[in-house]
Write a protein that binds this ligand. Structure first.
Ligand code: IMP
Ligand code: MG
Length: 173
């Protein structure tokens, strides 16, 4: 599907090979370990589904849905709208996110999961937008680092639309 106001930035083919490569890297890094992947909803649902199929390990999968509070000066406070189901006590966890922007969501979620007893929590993000970071946090794994542009597709939305694009594009407002 194409839109006049969405300029293609990363093609379907580029995404496919990058995600496969990342899956192989994670498979090597976590060989012999028990690994739980937790997708941050909603944006990560497509990335997570491709990534888990590229990981050659018996992973467990769960989801969490969080919104960072808007309009406050507090950092790293998120509202968990829908929580995980699996017990992560003593488990290695990877949080899977669509895009790392200010860092508020992921830093708060990482703290939450560590406080629940996860043995270690790493972060994988499909896109990284370091220019907008407000909290000192970096991804352990990422597919692409992008400039400060608003992008959609491959799970990312603009006003809840465009998540189903199989490429990533910049929205021309
Ligand atoms: P933050 O890192 O806590 O600021 O939050 C990241 C969240 O903001 C992501 O999960 C997205 O839902 C949203 N977001 C940030 N940048 C973009 C973008 O360029 N397109 C779509 N959503 C974005
Ligand atoms: Mg979003």
């Amino acid at each position: 599907m194409t839109y006049d106001n969405v300029k293609v930035m990363i093609t379907k083919e580029e995404i496919e090979s990058k995600v496969k490569e990342l899956g192989k890297r994670i498979s090597r890094d976590y060989a012999g370990k028990e690994l739980t992947l937790i997708g941050v909803l909603k944006g990560s649902f497509i990335f997570l589904s491709d990534l888990v199929r590229a990981i050659d390990l018996p992973v467990e999968i769960d989801f969490i849905c969080a919104k960072s509070y808007q309009g406050t000066t507090s950092t790293g406070v998120v509202n968990v709208k829908m929580d995980t189901i699996l017990d992560i006590e003593g488990k290695s966890v990877i949080l899977v996110e669509d895009i790392l922007d200010t860092g508020k969501t992921l830093s708060a979620l990482r703290e939450t999961l560590l406080s629940r007893g996860a043995s270690d929590v790493k972060i994988v993000t499909f896109l990284d937008k370091p220019a907008r970071r407000k909290i000192d946090i970096s991804a352990d794994y990422s597919c692409y680092t992008i400039e400060d542009r608003f992008v959609v597709g491959y799970g990312l939305d603009y006003d809840e639309k465009y998540r189903n694009l199989d490429y990533v594009g910049e929205v021309i407002l």
